[in-house]
Design a protein. Structure first.
Length: 1007
């Protein structure tokens, strides 16, 4: 209403002077400028000019205090923060922060590491001169609160420290590159915190150290600025979408806080932990206008301290309330975000005894001022959004910056006012984490010293180390008591007396010397507990749309043993802290032939590629030699000096046994296959996790787009294996083959130009993002397989390959009720003789996100049916009992021929009727070969949510389909995902190493 009658300038004055004293008349410090401090008039004028509605600002940010010596963001930007048309590169943001550092003792800039592409990440500390001078003393105090063992859990001592310590509030900006507003908001925020003499800001400056990483995804920021500059240079044209953010992943860079695979996660985590910060507050943009999603919705993560749940509410609601007092519409908390998964960047704080926070603000994906129209549900008033956003507005980047800064300043002020409470909570959460064994359990997790997969075990432990978790190793063998398993309920309908048995007794388990013990009496026990425990998401949970993965249990996904131990005697075991952690490797024994047991560890593939010239063979059967048992697929290495092998094996953590005599076992060569790695221009994220996995193992590949496949004739001459990892977004034939329509619009280049110097980086380029694989590309892939190549696909690219007719005898079904949302599921080994299965046991856990559901058929061109087991052939109504045959009256009984039976995952036997003139019957040797299948319905759920799992239970999970002279290997699970699924990597690597011998062990094929 007001805005109809008032000019903007008049209203700003009204908001600043009239509203504030009314709302803050109860002894709190009112927000707003100090009338004694001059205002930077020109800057302030522009703030007003670029703010599109008077209600989109607050008395905290509707002016800029002037300073004689400290430069404003204009010094670097050439205009004010949030000005239209201006999006600074990370280095410009850094340049400004370093100008601040030079100009005022209230700002210090720290380098916190590099990105994958070598760009710097920084953290900027802003506080009073006094606080920054005493940083180290303060850090010492915070360190004691962070690790209460150092003060013997003495609460009185903690109170003293709390009274003296200055807390740290860590803000991170622009992890999601198309969400562009945070860097300029944070530049201006740093200026305000350093310069403003108003009591409100001064209290923050004196009471808190604000730590700021203005750009988290630095590689992606520079690309985004390039795209925006290209857009400004070609204002009438469509601009390219941001197909790459960081080197490897896009939006998922904010889902890496479990595996800590990306540099940005590692750098933020280390900064958070080393500074002993109390809050990690991550800035995003999506929904209007400011959504504090940290309170979110249920289910809450089950491993956080409940004190944190309270802190979320307290801070979140205060934030909403403070901004509501300013009259700013569209500020809300709750909403549909659940806090179950600990994969988000800000969740680093939640499971390291701090407070995790996240804002979604509103942005235009660039610095244009644009008219924005909202969906009805976005502007609806709800119980948690009393003053909703407006249905249609003109929105500017300055509006965005006003909201971000106002939200952060009110949060910082509330946090500062209550700093003793939050510091005390910080201590209490650390103390309660340390007391976990006695207060809530478990006492420890144990990773046995005799695990078959020491390399994978080391990967789990490295992940925990990256999380700052302490790891110990037992000096001798020890035994713990395991709790009694719950007595099984007697089956329904059975007589209870018949089933009467002894109540289950507790059992014991012995662990060998050298077992790893993750003690739960340490300050960061909660993150270890969250990663190693199992998850259960009830299908009846009121939350029907999980925000992200529902299961992640690291022991399962890394295919190593992890024991949850509640017996507190485990803490008395003689043990040593381990800091250097490396799987043992090297050559033992005497002889000129070397054997390496295969336990499906990825390091074997790394070794194959590292030793390019060695002759390596795989045993097609298990064998015994020199008193040792070797699994199928074990390596036999010849023509290599012991010293060279020893060096490589030690480095990779591979154990080698020298044999005195060659074993009598059938072998085939294991070759370092030439790999092409295909990506689309639609999305590079899901495949990015595959790239990072191969890069970590130093397995080389040619990275090429679907467009390059379309242009490359004779792929088979250049490559042995083509990996086509998942695309994401359910990309089907139309999207992948046809790409984005080119019948209209302009080419969307992804290449380096004067306006876009950072776009390509170390990734791929194209003149136009739009064309897809094309039918030429399809033909090239088909020819590649026909001529003996191996095409490996997973999830949506498996469906794509089947839609394109790359393999016969296998089809996919759409689930009807099934809901498996990023869960850990059970799979079972079906064909242990297949090279794809080398080194695996019967049970393997895998990551699954709703399929696809594969079914086999023995008839070419026929879709396999989804089969639901025994109930398919229930007997009809008739005489007798369930197990009796029916009969027809008036004639002798005729026995029906025995129906051929087959398992759900198998190709159904060919019926006699189908054999008649059976030109469509696929010969057995050409039928798809199932390597792994999904577990039975009752064993399908390992961790997370499985609803309607019987639709996929027992169906094939990994299939090797012969095609021409080659193979299409199709995964329904995603074997390579977010650095969390190391246990299934070897399924892919085995396929690569044995590309020309995938039929090994196949009973129906002449070898
Ligand atoms: Zn985001």
């Amino acid at each position: 209403m007001i805005r109809l009658v008032c000019s903007k300038l008049v209203l700003f004055v009204a908001v600043g002077s009239a509203l504030a004293p009314h709302a803050w008349a109860d002894g709190e410090t009112p927000p707003g400028r100090d009338p004694k401090q001059p205002v930077d008039e020109r800057y302030t004028e522009k703030i007003h000019k670029y703010t599109t509605e008077p209600v989109f600002t607050s008395p905290l940010v509707d002016y800029l205090p002037a300073s004689n010596n400290v430069p404003t963001p204009q010094a670097v930007l050439g205009d004010i923060a949030g000005a239209p048309g201006i999006l600074p590169y990370a280095e410009d943001v850094y340049r400004y922060m370093r100008l601040l550092e030079k100009a005022t003792p209230r700002v210090k800039v720290y380098s916190i590491g590099k990105t994958e592409e070598g760009r710097e990440m920084i953290a900027v500390a802003v506080s009073s001169e006094e606080n920054l001078k005493n940083l180290e003393e303060n850090r010492a105090r915070l360190s004691k609160l962070a690790d209460p063992r150092t003060i013997k859990l003495d609460d009185a001592e903690a109170d003293k420290l709390v009274a003296e310590a200055v807390p740290i509030y860590y803000i991170t900006g622009t992890i999601h590159s198309p969400e562009t507003g945070a860097p300029t908001a944070l530049m201006e925020l740093a200026y305000r915190l350093a310069v403003d003499e108003s009591p409100y800001i001064k209290e923050i400056r004196d009471g808190t150290i604000t730590l700021i990483t203005p750009v988290v995804e630095v590689d992606g920021r520079d690309r985004m600025v390039d795209v925006y500059k290209w857009h400004l240079a070609h204002p009438k044209q469509f601009y390219p979408w941001l197909v790459y953010w960081g080197k490897y992943v896009a939006h998922d860079n904010n889902r890496d806080a479990m595996g800590v695979t990306l540099k940005l996660t590692e750098n933020v985590l280390n900064t958070y932990v080393n500074w002993k910060a109390q809050v990690l507050h991550d800035l995003h943009e999506s929904v209007p206008y400011l959504y504090d999603n940290t309170i979110g919705d249920e289910p809450y993560n089950a491993w956080i301290d409940p004190i944190l749940a309270d802190e979320w509410q307290v801070i979140g609601w205060n934030n909403v309330s403070a901004m509501t007092k300013f009259g700013m519409p569209g500020v809300f908390a709750h909403g549909d975000f659940d806090t179950w998964s600990p994969g988000y960047l800000m969740f680093i704080a939640a499971l390291h005894n701090g407070i995790s926070r996240l804002y979604e603000t509103f942005g235009n994906g660039g610095a244009d001022t644009e008219e924005r129209t909202l969906e009805p549900e976005e502007y609806a008033r709800t119980w948690y959004r009393q003053n909703p956003p407006l249905p249609k507005v003109l929105w500017s980047q300055r509006d965005n910056n006003n909201y971000e800064e106002t939200g952060l300043l009110t949060s910082l002020h509330f946090f500062t006012e209550n700093r003793q409470r939050f510091l005390k909570n910080f201590y209490l959460k650390a103390k309660r984490s340390t007391m976990k064994p006695s207060e809530e359990g478990p006492a420890a997790y144990v990773l046995p010293g005799d695990d078959l997969r020491p390399g994978l075990q080391a990967e789990v432990l490295h992940a925990l180390q990256r999380q700052a978790v302490e790891i110990s190793r037992s000096r001798s063998a020890f035994t713990v008591t395991l709790p009694a398993k719950k007595a099984k309920e007697p089956a329904k309908g059975k007589d209870k007396r018949e089933e009467k048995s002894e109540p289950p007794a507790p059992t014991t388990r012995e662990f060998p010397a050298g077992s790893y013990i993750i003690r739960m009496d340490q300050p960061y026990s909660r993150i270890a507990d969250a990663l190693l425990d199992h998850q259960y998401w009830s299908p009846d949970d009121p939350q029907k749309t999980p925000y992200d993965d529902t299961g992640w249990t690291f022991g399962e996904l890394f295919h190593v043993q992890v024991a949850r131990v509640t017996d507190r005697r485990v803490l008395e075991v003689a043990m040593d802290r381990v800091t250097e952690l490396h799987a043992p490797g090297g050559v033992k024994g005497e002889g000129a032939l070397f054997a390496i047991n295969n336990n499906a560890e990825p390091a074997l593939a790394a070794l194959r590629y590292k030793l390019k010239d060695a002759a390596i063979e795989a045993a097609e059967e298990p064998f015994e030699s020199s008193g040792k048992k070797f699994n199928r697929g074990s390596f036999l290495v010849r023509n290599l000096s012991r010293a060279d092998l020893d060096r490589a094996a030690a480095e990779l953590g591979v154990q080698v046994t020298a044999l005195s005599a060659p074993p009598a076992v059938k072998t085939h060569p294991v070759r370092a296959a030439r790999i092409a790695f295909v990506h689309t221009w639609l999305s590079t994220q899901a495949e990015g996790w595959w790239r990072i996995a191969l890069d970590k193992l130093a397995i080389p590949y040619d990275y090429m787009s679907t467009q390059a496949i379309a242009k490359t004739t004779d792929l088979r001459a250049k490559y042995d294996v083509i990996l086509f990892p998942p695309v994401g977004y359910n990309a089907g034939v139309n999207a992948v083959v046809n790409g984005i329509p080119t019948a209209w619009g302009n080419p969307l280049p992804w290449k380096n130009t004067p306006e876009t110097p950072n776009l390509v980086g170390k990734n791929d380029s194209t003149d136009d993002l739009r064309p897809g694989l094309g039918w030429e590309g399809v033909a090239h892939l088909q020819e590649f397989v026909a001529r003996g190549g191996v095409l490996l696909t997973a999830t949506d690219t498996s469906s794509l390959a089947l839609s394109l007719g790359f393999a016969d005898g296998i089809s996919t079904q759409n689930p009807s009720k099934m809901k498996i949302v990023g869960s850990v599921v059970g799979t079972r080994l079906v064909d242990e003789a297949s090279p794809i299965a080398y080194g695996y046991d019967e049970k393997v856990a895998a990551y699954c996100d709703n399929g696809p559901i594969f079914s086999l058929s023995s008839i070419a061109g026929q879709r396999g049916r989804r089969r639901l087991g025994a109930q398919m052939h229930a007997r009809p109504t008739g005489r007798g009992s369930l197990d009796d045959p029916d009969f027809a009256v008036g004639r002798p009984e005729v026995a029906a021929p025995e129906e051929p039976k087959s398992e759900v995952w198998e190709s159904p036997p060919v019926l006699a009727e189908q054999q008649r003139n059976g030109f469509r019957v696929i010969p057995p040797s050409l039928r798809p070969r199932v390597i792994f299948r999904y577990a039975d319905a009752k064993d399908l759920l390992v961790s997370g949510l499985v609803e309607g799992g019987d639709e996929i239970a027992e169906h094939p999970a990994v299939v090797d389909a012969p095609s021409g002279k080659g193979h299409v290997v199709l995964f329904s699970i995603n074997p390579v995902y977010r650095g969390e699924t190391w246990g299934t990597y070897a399924m892919v690597l085995n396929t690569i190493l044995n590309f020309d011998k995938l039929n090994a062990g196949r009973k129906d094929v002449a070898q």
